[in-house]
Ligand binder design. Structure first.
Ligand code: SAH
Ligand code: TYD
Ligand code: ZN
Length: 405
């Protein structure tokens, strides 16, 4: 039995992927295959309903100088974060000399827009390489993990924040107690803590089980977020569903009693209740989908290879580590994966050791089929690679089910 990282209640496991490598560790051919592995299993807290991993990976194994993920790698995400920045500027950063802090600012994709508006800001980003990219763009970044001590130091040096924002980062952080105490120390009275992360409701609806990997420690719902906020003297005052990364929710949190909650909050929680999102039975059904999808994908790849057709992967996503390693897909079934990220090209996919090639080489020559691992960027990639389909190439997607487009 595992103890809940939020309330110490009992966590009941609903799926176990077994031993898995870290999803963002891309070794070279020369480096040994004996990379760090951990047990990837996911469960539901029977007391506070928080869905979480059963084993925690030490944070500096994941987030370090060479962390390869660049937020700016997708045009749609650049647009999403520019819009986010404009919304924050228009609604929350309107007072005299406002101050915006971002937790997990990565390469500065969001804060760059805040900086261009001449607004005081600070990114808190432990991964030195991406933090340096943001600094090159003139964004102010502190290379550090956000936690209570960091927050107190920032409050002392820069004063209170009007907004503390985070995208795809709070769900990476098991120590939410320290995060909330830090937010409490840094946020000005009346300020807001806004964060967005993959939504359990979308994961269940679309079978997007590859959202489960080392970095995604929590899979949030409005109900579980309301619970954790309440524990630390805060209140969930608004929720917005977002279409990015396969479906996310943006949560707005204020100190308890400071803002009236929007009706959207109880409405989403009621929907979650009627869908049974806090019930073990609902979550166990996700497991049937995982096994079916993995079996179907392997069968399709074997069939194509057996017929002498060439297949490649597209997008060396963190998500795809879960798929390739759980399904047992290696270079024999999928000889290479194409990607645009400089820090991934020329290296190997974690665990499966499938070589990664530059996306610029995708058409030299095109494979017959391509597995779209970056399915969350389908529209953008299909538009960019329209020549592939024009020449008869076929895309394979695997969520919500295995299908040739
Ligand atoms: N916000 C970006 C980056 C998401 S990736 C986006 O949405 O695209 C998650 C980022 O969080 C990584 O850059 C990682 O280094 C950072 N991170 C992890 N733990 C953190 C912590 N405790 N404080 C601040 N950043 C953290
Ligand atoms: P993403 O799905 O955003 O995140 P995660 O790694 O957390 O699953 O990663 C997208 C990956 O796909 C990233 O390695 C960059 C790559 N990519 C391309 O190769 N071409 C593209 O056009 C886009 C949008 C992404
Ligand atoms: Zn709990």
């Amino acid at each position: 039995m595992s103890k809940c990282r939020v309330c110490e209640g009992e966590v009941r496991k609903f799926f176990d992927f077994g031993k898995q490598p870290l999803s963002d560790t891309f070794l070279t051919e020369q480096e040994s295959g004996e990379a760090y592995h951990f047990r990837l299993a996911v469960g539901l807290c029977t007391r506070c309903t928080m869905v979480q991993l059963l084993e925690e990976v030490p944070r500096d194994r994941m987030f370090h100088h060479d962390y390869p993920y660049h937020s700016s790698g997708s045009r749609r995400m650049r647009e999403h974060f520019a819009q986010t920045a404009r919304d924050l500027l228009a609604t929350e950063l309107t007072g005299e000399d406002p101050f915006c802090v971002e937790i997990g600012s990565n390469d500065g994709v969001m804060l760059g827009v805040i900086k261009d508006a001449g607004v005081r800001h600070l990114g808190v980003e432990p991964s030195g390489g991406v933090a340096e990219l943001a600094r090159k763009d003139g964004v102010r970044v502190r290379t550090d993990f956000f936690e209570e001590t960091t927050a107190r130091l920032i409050a002392g040096e820069d004063g209170p924040a009007d907004v503390i924002y985070a995208a795809n980062t709070i769900c990476h952080i098991p120590y939410l107690d320290s995060i909330f105490r830090g937010v409490d120390a840094l946020l000005r009275p009346g300020g807001v803590f806004v964060f967005e992360d993959p939504y359990l409701g979308d994961i269940v609806e679309r079978n997007t089980f590859d959202q489960i990997y080392d970095e995604h420690f929590f899979l949030f719902t409005a109900r579980s977020v309301r619970g954790v906020a309440h524990r630390f003297g805060f209140e969930l005052v608004d929720v917005h569903r977002l279409p990015v990364h396969g479906g996310e929710v943006r949560y707005t949190i204020a100190r308890r009693g400071e803002r009236a909650p929007s009706p959207a909050v109880p409405a989403l929680i009621a929907e979650e209740t009627s869908r049974g999102l806090a019930e073990l039975g609902t979550l166990e059904k996700l497991g049937d989908g995982i096994d079916r999808i993995c079996a179907d994908l392997v069968a399709l790849l074997r069939d194509l290879r057996g017929r002498g057709l060439s297949v490649a992967g597209y997008g060396a996503t963190a998500k795809s580590a879960t798929v390739t390693n759980y399904a047992g897909i290696g270079p024999d079934l999928l000889p290479c994966v194409y990607d645009t990220t400089p820090a991934k090209i020329g290296r190997l996919m974690p665990g499966s050791r499938i070589p990664i090639r530059s996306a610029e080489e995708f058409g030299r020559p095109y494979p017959d089929y391509a597995v779209l691992f970056a399915w969350n960027h389908t529209e953008e990639i299909l538009a960019k690679e329209e020549e592939f389909a024009a020449q008869g190439g076929k895309w394979i997607v695997y969520v919500p089910e295995v299908r040739v487009l």
